[in-house]
Write a protein that binds this ligand. Structure first.
Ligand code: SF4
Ligand code: SF4
Length: 167
């Protein structure tokens, strides 16, 4: 994964992709799910997370209490010590997040706690968590960090614009 090229492409496309996601708030094509499924399948054919790990380098997962308990047990630590060492509680949401980026568990582009990693990490980039048109704000935030999301939104935009007048 060429992350330098990704950052340039993301910056170049950001404005038009945001505008497309905003337009979806008012117009959702009938065959939206088919368009998204096709774009998602195509995107994974050309995206390799193993050579990327940009989410682990530039974002933080949210840790649930279950995540903290499971990971701290795996590391032979008390949850309290684990939180003190690695996490902070976000004031507004109360979510537990990493203090540092890249993630402390990333080594040689690999997750060293892969089997017990936070559910948030296992589910990222969350493309199937909600219908595409209800996830615009998350896509807007993530497409500057995640090549998979950038390619997905770009493919969906092109497919929708081919079929519908979005002007
Ligand atoms: S826990 Fe693992 S998968 Fe999650 S951000 Fe850290 S290195 Fe990445
Ligand atoms: S989920 Fe996105 S940012 Fe994370 S490794 Fe895969 S392509 Fe890269």
């Amino acid at each position: 994964m060429d992350l330098k090229k990704f950052k340039i492409t993301a910056a170049r496309k950001k404005k038009s992709l945001h505008a497309f996601l905003d337009k979806l708030d008012n117009l959702v094509p009938d065959d939206m799910q088919e368009i998204v499924d096709k774009a998602d399948a195509e995107m994974w054919q050309e995206t390799d997370c193993m050579t990327c790990a940009n989410c682990c380098k530039t974002m933080t997962p949210t840790y649930s209490i279950k995540d903290i308990s499971r990971i701290s047990a795996h590391l032979g630590m008390k949850p309290k010590d684990f939180k003190e060492k690695w996490l902070y509680k976000e004031a507004e949401t109360g979510d537990w997040m990493n203090k540092q980026q890249p993630c402390q568990f990333l080594a040689n582009n690999m997750c060293t706690i892969y089997e017990v990693r936070p559910v948030d990490c296992a589910q990222f980039p969350h493309h199937n968590l909600k219908p595409f048109d209800l996830y615009g704000d998350t896509y807007k935030a993530n497409l500057m960090h995640c090549p998979a999301t950038l390619v997905l939104v770009d493919k969906v935009k092109k497919a929708v614009e081919r079929e519908y007048d979005m002007g």
